[in-house]
Design a protein around this ligand. Structure first.
Ligand code: ADP
Ligand code: MG
Length: 159
């Protein structure tokens, strides 16, 4: 696929497939916002950068560092809720947020592919793989050539 791929949309409520219990909450983008990736990319796990932009009236719920452009892993997969006919993009941002951010604008730049979707024999195996994905993402984003994307005009920057 032609990376970088830019995505933007309001964070939607998911179907509680256990993101938070797995220690890995995933912020869902609305279906119509993921066309730039769903039309070109295969299902699986991706890495890149994301930023959450609260509306003015909710700005007080966020700390300054919650506004940063942050490393993320994204899962692109067929949504079982829609009988696997609809693709869903879910983003886990590698940052400890002060609060949830449902409805807030999320912006992302997807930079690369990590792996296909896999079937897991256990919850532990899944959690282990998510940990590996995060390490892979952080390592990949070390490349100086990628760091320019954190400063891209797709994101909002202070001053
Ligand atoms: P849902 O099924 O609604 O997507 P999750 O358990 O996956 O529920 O939690 C996702 C929500 O958690 C996000 O929409 C966001 O509001 C919140 N959240 C808190 N921290 C993060 C994070 N680091 N990355 C992604 N979402 C987060
Ligand atoms: Mg989720």
């Amino acid at each position: 696929p032609p990376f970088p791929i830019s995505l933007v949309g309001p964070v939607q409520k998911g179907f509680g497939r256990g993101g938070k219990d797995l220690g890995c909450p995933t912020a869902n983008l609305p279906d119509d916002s993921i066309t730039p990736i769903s039309s070109v990319a295969k299902t699986g796990v991706y890495y890149g950068y994301a930023q959450v932009i609260p509306p003015q009236e909710s700005r007080g719920d966020f700390q300054t560092d919650d506004l940063n452009v942050l490393p993320m892993v994204m899962s692109l997969g067929w949504n079982p809720f829609y009988k696997n006919k609809v693709l869903t993009a879910e983003i886990h941002i590698m940052h400890n947020f002060q609060s949830d951010f449902y409805g807030y604008e999320m912006r992302a730049i997807v930079l690369g592919y990590i792996r296909p979707e896999l079937d897991y024999v256990s919850r532990e195996a899944l959690i282990e793989d998510i940990e590996i994905d995060k390490q892979v993402a952080l390592n990949c984003l070390q490349r100086p050539a990628y760091q320019v994307y954190a400063k891209d005009s797709h994101f909002q920057h202070q001053e």
